[in-house]
Design a protein around this ligand. Structure first.
Ligand code: A2P
Length: 324
């Protein structure tokens, strides 16, 4: 395994982690068991994925059985959108630690820059829109996160889905600058400017949906959202490289981000696919292949997750993304 540097905390994070968004509880237990057997030590979850309890159960079992030590694990979780206020940070972090049964979190992220009304889950207005809290104050929240680092509850802190302007605002005041930005990142949405900005400021970057999350098509249609999700895994240029160097399309996509210095958290509940997704360090893409993949960027048009499942969220003053 290779690592990316973190500006604080343990100082390093495994470049490949297990993504867990959309994994159902009954799948999650077996999937994590397999992943740990397959060598995964970095696990990415969130309060709002509703799977922390089952993840904690498996981790506790592995630690009790002496199969892994707590310090060998790297656990990331996230403050939920309905807890996006300074006064709620401690409560949600404590709940994550309890559910994950792990004493501290290796990396605690603010999940999204916008905020919803105080609640225990996402709530909706009478007209079906998410109940917004327009007072979201990142600086006040950040100060609270810093206190949690000082208290030893979070080793490192960072943000997810923030744009450059929002990160700059934190950098201007932070005693402990963000160690990580987690964003959607794959060949169709490369965000090179944002990635370079982060790296120049010693903020590591993690790519979510690094395989273009093919399962989201079904998830969106169930919610009545008509949006064509590009099939990143079937991209002809990726398939061509994959055949030529005898690696799977997923490995090409993941390796591309690794060579850009970006950590990846592919989600898989299948043991063979999990193995593929972590076997990324015994081959390299050539400069020519890198150039070819770089040219596939579609900018904002390539974004898969624009939070379209939160009706009305685009009205929040801190919605982070530009119009496509
Ligand atoms: P599964 O969990 O059945 O393996 P992302 O990480 O971009 O969010 O994508 C996750 C989706 O990609 C899941 O539907 C997952 O299905 C699928 N997936 C994960 N790894 C691979 C792989 N190596 N090849 C093809 N599909 C994969």
């Amino acid at each position: 395994m290779e690592y990316v540097s973190l500006s604080h905390g343990s100082g390093r994070m495994p470049m490949v982690g297990l993504g867990t968004w959309t994994a159902k509880d009954e799948e999650m237990e077996a999937a994590l068991e397999m992943a740990l057997q397959n060598g995964y030590r970095h696990i990415d979850t969130a309060t709002d994925y509703h799977n922390e309890k089952v993840i904690g159960k498996v981790l506790e079992r592995w630690i009790k059985d002496g199969k892994v030590k707590r310090e060998e694990l790297f656990i990331t979780t996230k403050l939920p959108v309905y807890g996006n206020r300074a006064s709620d940070v401690e409560k949600w972090l404590k709940r994550s630690i309890d559910y994950l049964r792990c004493e501290y979190i290796d990396l605690y992220l603010i999940h999204v820059p916008f905020g919803f009304a105080k609640a225990d889950s996402v709530t909706f207005d009478a007209d079906g829109k998410v109940a917004l809290d327009n007072e979201t104050d990142h600086v006040a929240m950040w100060k609270e996160l810093e206190k949690q680092v000082e208290a030893g509850k979070a080793k490192a802190i960072g943000v997810s889905n923030f744009n450059k302007k929002q990160i700059k605002k934190l950098l201007a005041v932070a005693k402990i600058p963000p160690a990580n930005l987690q964003i959607e990142n794959h060949i169709y949405l490369q965000q090179s400017d944002l990635v370079q900005f982060c790296h120049a400021n010693k903020i590591s970057v993690t790519a979510y949906s690094p395989l273009g999350n093919p399962s989201l098509q079904g998830f969106f249609s169930k919610l009545g959202i008509t949006k064509e999700i590009p099939n990143v895994l079937d991209c002809p240029e990726v398939v061509e490289i994959s055949k030529r160097i005898n690696r799977s399309p997923a490995q090409i996509l993941l390796r591309y981000n690794i060579q850009r210095g970006i950590a990846v958290i592919p989600k898989s509940i299948n043991s063979e696919r999990q193995k593929q997704n972590i076997e990324l360090f015994d081959f390299k893409l050539t400069d020519e292949d890198i150039q070819a993949l770089r040219s596939l960027d579609r900018g904002e048009d390539g974004r898969i997750v624009r939070f379209e499942f939160f009706k009305g969220v685009y009205d929040h003053p801190e919605f982070p993304f530009k119009e496509a």
